[in-house]
Design a protein around this ligand. Structure first.
Ligand SMILES: [Zn+2]
Length: 136
């Protein structure tokens, strides 16, 4: 159970959950646009094309204002999400330190060019004495 919680914490902090939540919200908002497009334009046009209703009735059914509202809603949602994600990723990056480059543990012997321990004062391969100050 403890391991499970730890894994969950890692999963949640990795940003996968955030990505998923953003995806769901965007998809929901986009569905609104598609539904509005269908209800306000495609349905009336289909009614006209199939000659079930005269053009005047169809014109009254198209509601571009409602569709525009839906599009604006989507844009606002997307913009707010963008700001939110930016803020969250900034907060999350505060806790993390930038990865320091790995400390070298070996150096190359200037005489025989083999890799030896960085702390060696004498080369184990060619037995040459090494300057300890020299770090390569
Ligand atoms: Zn050597």
């Amino acid at each position: 159970m403890k391991k499970f919680l730890k894994e969950f914490k890692e999963f949640a902090l990795k940003g996968n959950v955030l990505d998923m939540a953003v995806g769901v919200i965007i998809a929901t908002a986009f569905t609104g646009i598609v539904k509005s497009l269908t209800a306000n334009f495609i349905d009336p046009i289909l009614k006209f094309v199939t000659a079930r209703e005269p053009i005047t009735v169809v014109m009254m059914q198209t509601n571009s204002a409602a569709f525009l509202t839906e599009v604006i809603n989507f844009l606002i949602t997307a913009f707010v999400l963008f700001c939110l994600v930016k803020a969250i990723s900034k907060i999350m990056s505060i806790g993390k330190k930038p990865e320091a480059p790995a400390e070298p543990t070996t150096k190359v012997c200037p005489f025989c060019k083999t890799e030896i321990s960085i702390e060696a004062t004498r080369c184990p391969n060619c037995t040459s004495e090494l300057e300890t100050a020299e770090v390569k």
